[in-house]
Design a protein around this ligand. Structure first.
Ligand code: GLN
Length: 280
């Protein structure tokens, strides 16, 4: 076998020697082969096929970029979130599977309502808002982001998926008039000094970092939320692995009831929320 025409299996082994995870190498190889929908089973079935030199070169280029920390979603331009194929690029945070916890919880709190109104603050790619709209076609979903670039990505996703989410540019709830049954957000929550940020340089800093303790934006949202919730409505927030206690305290201090947390896929308390009390 000549080195310029490796088999698929050999190319995947080369990717592993660059330090790539197996799943990442497989997704990038499918992308280089222009078979993004074929799936990993297809790769296994074709592992002795030869890879042409041009595709091999493209694949190794993608692997090198991945090895420097660029998210796979930016390299392939797509990411699956809650069963939806989203178009993703460097203008928005790469949606994490852990954020599906927030979607599950939001679906639970709006489940009893025939036409719930929901706002997603800092929508980025639109992941949360689009997942909710897809699961609950009768919901009125508003998606807000401060970044015009992010809104362009989210709106393109909504259009392609034919989901009737409404969009608005703004800082959290400033300028939003309505009251909602649920406010959901995966805001930036990493402390500005957190060394973890060094590994995330490819993603927009404004979607990641939030002041000295990472809670600046969460504080703003908690303070703004009561004026935008109907009585009995819920505010649900994603936050960092060690922030559940602090976010719960902020919610209680603001007057929220039923304050509780939900775990992510790794079993870490990743979302905390509360209910705006019903008038007695
Ligand atoms: N969960 C992301 C991370 O720690 C951060 C996302 C965010 O700040 N909202 O990598």
């Amino acid at each position: 076998m000549n080195t310029t025409t490796p088999t698929l299996a050999q190319a995947l082994t080369q990717a592993r020697t660059l330090g790539l995870e197996r799943i990442d190498a497989q997704l990038l190889l499918l992308h280089a082969l222009a078979r993004p929908d074929a799936g990993r089973a297809w790769l296994l079935a074709h592992d002795t096929d030869a890879l042409g030199p041009a595709v091999h070169e493209q694949f190794m280029g993608l692997c090198q970029r991945r090895a420097t920390g660029e998210p796979v979603a930016y390299l392939t331009g797509r990411k699956e979130f809650y069963g939806l194929q989203l178009a993703i690029d460097a203008r928005v945070l790469d949606p994490r599977p852990d954020t599906e916890t927030l979607v599950d919880w939001a679906l639970e709190v709006i489940a009893p309502l025939p036409a719930p109104s929901v706002v997603d603050l800092g929508t980025g790619s639109g992941a949360i808002a689009l997942a909710l709209q897809h699961q609950r076609p009768t919901a009125q979903v508003l998606a807000v982001d401060a970044s015009a670039d992010a809104l362009a990505v989210a709106q393109a996703n909504a259009q392609r998926l034919a989901l009737p989410v409404r969009f608005m540019q703004g800082r959290w709830l400033r300028g939003v008039d309505d009251r909602f049954d649920a406010i959901v957000s995966n805001p930036p929550y990493i402390a500005a000094t957190d060394p973890h940020l060094a590994a995330l340089t490819h993603e927009p800093l404004q979607a990641l970092a939030s002041g000295p303790d990472g809670l600046d934006d969460i504080r703003t949202i908690v303070a703004q939320a009561p004026a935008h919730l109907i009585h009995g409505g819920w505010l649900l927030l994603e936050h960092g692995h060690d922030q559940a206690g602090a976010v719960g305290a902020l919610l209680r201090a603001q007057g929220f009831a039923q304050v509780q947390s939900r775990n992510d896929l790794a079993g870490i308390a990743r979302c905390t929320g509360g209910q705006w009390p019903t008038v007695k």
